[in-house]
Write a protein that binds this ligand. Structure first.
Ligand SMILES: [Cu+2]
Length: 386
């Protein structure tokens, strides 16, 4: 607000070329009164502005230390501590000794009914060489949970046993079902069974849906279910399932296992990103194919929050069922396909020549944080075989 509006809005003086002396006397009187009124109000506004300014300055004068502290807290939030890439000295040795999550597609069980049992368990797992994390995960598997493989039209009977310390649940994206009934919380020590028909082909995420879901997924409660189309797919030589996810840690996890850093999860600043739960595991222990093979990747991005931009270096996604839509023909000859958090996609990659072909999330911060593996085609020189 300007304290001096009258100075910039003063009315111009009237032209003195006509009228009687009495008129001018009255006009001068009115003008004088107007100017006086405007001046008075200007004075009042100036005084008011000065009082306001003094009031605003007063607390700072009375409590300078507190006011300064408040300003500092507001303006300088501490950065979240990152433990990205922090591993012990013997990391290479530990990476070699690590038993990788088996990415090979399991067979489809026979019959119309497929019974699946999972037991949730609080357990320490490694998410990178020597990097330990307190998960809420799956007994016998860690994170991700087991791959469920069915054919379109089969009925899945899911039994969830909660061996953890707090309530959990399981949400299958492949199911059309009332979630308040099927995906309900299961108390520690309890188990719960529900059925659904796998009526939509594709690759789908499953995960714990207990609140806060961000924390439950970030702690490892996710996996993939593959629903093969009833009509079948072109035959391929190799099939692998990859579940992409990220980890948010409250410590470097070398001496003590880390737990979830919720602030980092909320601000999407992971320490590690992984395929099948462990950074770079398929770099040390590559997936394999023979020259001329077509390899099918069934990919889910579990998040909890980040997407995966799937790409095979040196290859092409010859067939890409984008978004896992298998009711339409695939796209052909594409380079990179987005797999959204909570989504899936299927890719066929034919590689004629022997070599080491990295598969990555082409958002390259993810590669730096561990979401990269190798497809070893044949026995290229300069690598160890596994
Ligand atoms: Cu849970």
């Amino acid at each position: 607000m300007s304290a001096y509006p009258a100075r910039t809005h003063r009315p111009p003086a009237p032209a003195p070329e006509s009228g009687s002396g009495a008129f001018w006397a009255v006009a001068a009187l009115l003008l004088g009164l107007t100017l006086a009124a405007v001046g008075f109000f200007a004075l009042m506004m100036w005084a008011d502005a000065r009082d306001s300014r003094d009031d605003a300055a007063q607390p700072a004068a009375a409590e300078p230390a507190a006011a300064t502290q408040t300003a500092a807290d507001h303006n300088t939030a501490l950065p979240l501590a990152s433990f990205a890439g922090v591993v012990p000295d013997n990391a290479a040795e530990l990476a070699e000794a690590h038993k990788p999550y088996d990415a090979t597609m399991p067979p489809i069980p026979a019959g119309d009914l497929v019974k699946v049992q999972m037991t949730l368990k609080d357990m320490v797992v490694e998410v990178a060489p020597g990097v330990k994390y307190n998960t809420w995960a799956f007994d016998g598997h860690g994170a991700p949970g087991p791959v469920v493989h069915v054919r379109e039209g089969q009925t899945v009977e899911m039994t969830l046993k909660n061996g953890g310390a707090i309530p959990h649940s399981i949400d299958f994206h492949a199911a059309r079902i009332a979630p308040n009934v099927a995906f309900k919380d299961v108390a520690p020590g309890d188990s719960f069974t529900f059925r659904f028909t796998a009526g939509d082909p594709g690759v789908f995420m499953y995960h714990c849906g207990t609140k806060p879901v961000l924390a439950h997924i970030a702690n490892g409660m996710y996996g993939a279910i593959v629903v093969e189309p009833k009509a079948g797919l072109p035959p391929v030589e190799n099939e692998y399932v990859l579940v992409a996810s990220e980890w948010y840690m409250n410590g470097d996890a070398i001496d003590e296992p880390a737990s979830l850093d919720m602030a980092k999860a909320r601000s999407m600043e992971p320490d590690w990103t992984t395929f099948n739960g462990y950074a770079n595991q398929y770099v040390t222990h590559p997936l394999t194919a023979d020259p001329g093979d077509t390899t099918r990747f069934w990919v889910v991005a579990a998040g909890p929050t980040l997407d995966t931009n799937f790409h095979v270096v040196g290859g092409m996604l010859d067939r890409a069922w984008v978004n896992g839509d298998m009711t339409n023909p695939p796209q052909n000859g594409v380079q990179t396909v987005l797999v959204p958090a909570g989504g899936g996609a299927v890719f066929d990659v034919k590689l004629a020549d022997e070599g080491l072909y990295p598969f990555v999330s082409h958002a390259f911060a993810h590669v730096d944080l561990g979401q990269v593996g190798l497809l070893k085609v044949g026995n290229p020189k300069g690598t160890t075989s596994h």
